[in-house]
Design a protein around this ligand. Sequence first.
Ligand code: RB5
Length: 149
Amino acid sequence: MIALGCDHGGFSLMVEIKKYLEETGREYRDFGTFSAESCDYPTYAEAACRAVVSGECEKAILVCGTGIGMSMAANKIRGIRAAVCSDCFSTEMTRRHNDANAMCLGERVMGPGLALKLVEIFLTTEFDGGRHARRVAMVNALEGDPREK
Ligand code: RB5
């Protein structure tokens, strides 16, 4: 199950992402926003990311104008490792090395063709583990995660 969150700046791209997830047989839970009316991205970052932290969803896809506001908000939530994804290489590496559990896309930064390619990479690339697991544990410890002490 994939958690989705966007603001008005990411609303059109999120429509494309939902279509793509349906076509490729993936389940999602949509935490809004549900129209192109102006709204505040932290609300939707929080709702989608809480579903990841609770275990209800495996990963989150967040979209705003740039992806940056969403990533700032998402990374304030304990247990979330959110990455702004704008290219194929970084998107693959943030899964393999950082075990990112939220991707943030900017509708005003890229077209839907690239965005959907990045979604596919994010959803299908596994974490490498090994030495990267130690570093991810160190990142988690920075937010006071008691499991990592
Ligand atoms: C909304 O205008 C815009 O600021 C928002 O979508 C996002 O890009 C913030 O980082």
